[in-house]
Design a protein around this ligand. Sequence first.
Ligand SMILES: [Ca+2]
Length: 415
Amino acid sequence: MLCCGAWSEGLSGQGLSGQGLRGQGLRGQGLRGQGLSGQGLSGQGLRGQGLRGQGLSVNNVGSGKTPSDCRNRLLIRGLPAAMQQTLLAQLPAALMGRTKLILDVDTGVDDAQGIMLALAAPHVHVLAITCTHGNTALDNSCRNTLRVLQACGKLDVVPVYRGSAEPLLGRVFQASDFHGKDGLGDAPDPQAPGLDLLQAEGAVEALLRLVKENPGQVNLVATGPLTNLALAVKLDPSLPEKLKGLYIMGGNTESRGNTTVCGEFNFVADPEAACIVLERFRCPTFIAGWEFSCRNKLPWSFCDEWLAQDTEKARFMAKIFKHTMEMIKTPRYQKELVAGSGFSSCDSYAIAAAIDGSILTETEDVVVSVELEGRNTRGMMVLDYMELLKHKHKATIMKKVDLDKFKRMMMDALK
Ligand SMILES: [Ca+2]
């Protein structure tokens, strides 16, 4: 019998299904009735491994709170050692449960790209999408998120929650019309879902609840101003320790601004929230800053190929991205870019890293904070290499990604 304590809950509804398990000689009714369904195991190469008729049973010797705990506790009886290794190597994909994500977004076009990347990734379960102000007004951010889910056929699968409409203290800062006034390229869809599809529960409450229900298992990804996260940690200071990791698109590392002289948009749009989050979230924290996003950009020729895929999703993306692509090529926006022109789907890097950490090929651990007072530097990320701030926690600054792997994830997002 497969019994993995807290982890077994994570398997339910995760796409592993009964028929693959029955008929493969995997014994134990524990597999049935656990919500395990689907092609999961049979599609993972177990078939033909000689498991059938081996009387295989998969047991655990205790309950694990995380998939890796469970993997370490699995015992596979009745198999030679070499076959056990083969099976164990394949189990992570089949049985280890999906990576659980909560996405906190201000859905403009690059958030849309990141959300679609997450929805298309195998073995990823997007528990919720929480919305905030940012690229556009909160209502647009919520509506855009619903439109993206509709385009991916996931409207009934992923709950969307309404969050903060404004920053903690500063003035409301919207990304002018970079992604269009509505944040999604000003390409309205008469069939767009209505805001009545939002959950009644608020974003911050949902975030706290879902992380509490899935302790140690959730990667939280924030690709907008950090207002919701700051409010959440104020309400429950133990939130960070219950996360698996935090992934942020925001901030800068070389004082290159894209909104103010020295400020990156997401941090400038709520500097106090960014400061609270960087100082209070002491879980593993990964930051995709502005300069990193620029330096890991993709060629426009890739973008052409990406959008030319013959799918509904690619057509949706081409429609909503048209305005932004025109804006990027104007002299005003060219001045923002670091390391020349190209296609940089900023938010997608943070989401890709939360899904597959192996995409990061170079990182640096540094104490970080946010400048709150400077006339030109308010909202700028501060890197404390000398550790004068006396903060114990270091964030992991993303520096380089495996571009081939990233391209594959991007391509899959629109398939
Ligand atoms: Ca964003």
